[in-house]
Design a protein around this ligand. Structure first.
Ligand SMILES: N[C@@H](CCC(=O)N[C@@H](CS)C(=O)NCC(=O)O)C(=O)O
Length: 205
């Protein structure tokens, strides 16, 4: 398979992490989103939404949206539960990640550590809003993880992979992770899973 990605992307990293756990070899095709490389005719033909990650299968089929890619890859593996209620709980956390977590934590990280701040009052106000909503999401995770080692059924799943991606780099977005000890202990548990790779572990192929 081929993975189109931006190396600093947490959304892309989710897919890289699961591919590593599953020992699936893939061709890594890094694109620079800051240079508009996801907005070329060639890329838009693969994903009209102009966003990485995009997984291209050997038969030419194409899948976008990080959590949809996780779902597809995780079928019939330990990273997707067998029981339908547990499956729905995993989906609950994947949707939480995309609505309450990633839009706040990833945006703050992108503005502060990747794109850079412009110092405007409007931006400061928007950043404060991202911090408020991002901290609310981290507090929800903290409460859940005080009682259990992983998000669903005490088992490491794609819910953990999806939430790990931007949580572990939240400090680069101005979030104070020391305020969330159960989240920190969970981050360590995720890091100690077999075949774990870091967000910086990538090689163009
Ligand atoms: N909901 C999407 C979000 C993907 C996304 O936001 N990708 C960003 C990088 S993390 C991107 O490709 N931005 C480039 C652009 O919009 O031009 C997912 O989970 O895959």
């Amino acid at each position: 398979v081929k993975l189109y990605d931006y190396p600093k992307s947490g959304n892309g990293y989710k897919v890289r992490l699961l591919l590593a756990h599953l020992a699936i070899p893939y061709r890594y095709l890094p694109l620079d989103i800051l240079q508009g490389e996801t907005r070329t005719q060639e890329f838009l033909a693969r994903n009209p939404n102009g966003k990485i990650p995009v997984l291209e299968l050997d038969d030419g089929r194409i899948l976008a949206e990080s959590n949809a890619i996780l779902y597809w890859l995780a079928q019939n593996t330990p990273y997707w539960p067998a029981a339908s209620f547990a499956q729905s709980q995993v989906l609950q956390w994947l949707f939480f990640e995309q609505y309450s977590h990633e839009p706040n934590i990833a945006a703050a990280r992108f503005w502060i550590s990747i794109r850079g701040l412009d110092g405007s009052a409007l931006e400061a106000q928007q950043l404060e809003q991202k911090h408020r909503a991002g901290n609310a999401a981290l507090a929800v995770m903290e409460q859940h993880l005080q009682e259990r080692p992983f998000f669903v059924d005490d088992t490491y799943s794609i819910a953990d992979i999806a939430l790990y991606a931007y949580t572990h780099v939240a400090g680069a977005g101005g979030f104070e992770l020391h305020r969330y000890p159960a989240v920190q202990a969970w981050l360590e548990r995720v890091r100690s899973q077999p075949e774990h790779v870091r967000i910086t572990d990538w090689q163009a192929g």
